[in-house]
Design a protein. Structure first.
Length: 325
């Protein structure tokens, strides 16, 4: 009789279950409003003259105060600005740069910049308080092509460009800034701008009856523009007025004060609409026109800043940066 053999085979399956996230530092950053993308509306057309040399900064945007939040990290970490994260290429004519806290950065030469903002974070599943950081930013456009290389008007679309993102690494948890409404035009034109007179002499001033804010004298000067276009091209000129090295700036309206004698101050006015020109702020010099010769009238108004002025000469200068618009 054959025996019946009952066999029991025991197979041991061993599983090693591990946490896929172990040792991985999670984090997220946003623009302070819960959104990962912060849109900045610029609504500007940058007109670039044919005479501009390669490397010339042909336009700057007004500076903006910005902020961002980060949270959900097991350890503290530093944040970085990653420039041009989508690797946008505007061709051989221009490059778009970013100014962070007063320092210019071009994506072609700087990939990232450390903000050195470290935050104490918390682990997964815990209640995390976000950490806040603020900074100042602006944008600028640099011409890459050589002067004289523009034979006809060319439009370059900069709309929806992402100049940088902020985070620990390049990933989807970062916050980014998107620019809308920005366009650049290369023009086969050059404008020559002169100021007449370029030196204003207020002459001899008597201090009798000096009173703070009392106007002493007014003097006019003219900004003249001449275009070399073969045919009329429609564009305008914007400007930014800033104090020279021999002057300081005071007051919300922008009063130019000589460093060698602060008894007086000078304000610049647009004669056409009788409004003050704010220093360090962009303003319209010549509106968008197609005429070859154009001009703009300004007025320098001298006023007392004290009732006990100091005797002697004074000198104060201002620099006008002009941009094609």
């Amino acid at each position: 009789m054959k025996g019946i053999v009952n066999a029991m085979v025991i197979v041991l399956f061993v599983f090693n279950v591990s946490n896929a996230n172990a040792g991985v530092e999670e984090y997220s950053c946003d623009a302070g409003s819960g959104s990962p993308i912060q849109s900045l509306v610029v609504n500007a057309v940058v007109n670039i003259p044919n005479s501009a040399a390669a490397g010339t900064i042909v336009w700057r945007a007004p500076e903006r105060a910005m902020n961002y939040n980060c949270w959900r990290g097991a350890e503290a970490f530093s944040t970085y600005y990653f420039f041009n994260p989508k690797n946008k290429n505007f061709g051989s004519e221009i490059e778009v740069g970013v100014t962070i806290n007063g320092v210019d950065y071009l994506p072609s030469s700087t990939e990232k910049y450390a903000h050195s903002f470290a935050s104490k974070m918390c682990g997964n599943g815990q209640s995390c308080a976000n950490s806040y950081a603020s900074y100042r930013m602006s944008m600028f456009v640099v011409k890459k092509s050589n002067s004289g290389s523009t034979s006809k008007t060319k439009v370059i679309d900069i709309n929806n460009y992402i100049p940088y993102e902020i985070g620990k690494d390049k990933n989807s948890s970062n916050t980014s800034v998107r620019i809308t409404g920005l366009e650049a035009n290369l023009l086969p034109c050059t404008s020559t701008v002169i100021i007449i007179p370029n030196t204003i002499d207020f002459g001899e001033i008597r201090s009798t009856g000096a009173t703070p804010e009392l106007e002493i004298q007014r003097e006019n000067f003219t900004l003249s523009e001449q275009r070399d276009c073969q045919s009329a091209s429609t564009y305008g000129l914007n400007g930014v007025l800033r104090p020279a090295a021999n002057a300081n700036l005071y007051g919300s309206m922008g009063t130019l004060v000589p460093k060698d004698n602060d008894s007086v101050g000078i304000s610049i006015f647009d004669v056409e609409n009788n409004t003050p020109v704010r220093f360090n702020n962009e303003f319209v010099v010549i509106p968008k026109v197609g005429t070859i010769s154009n001009s703009k009238q300004f007025e320098a108004r001298l006023k007392w800043r004290t009732k006990a002025p100091k005797a002697g000469r004074f000198n104060a200068g201002a620099v006008l940066d002009v941009y094609y618009k």
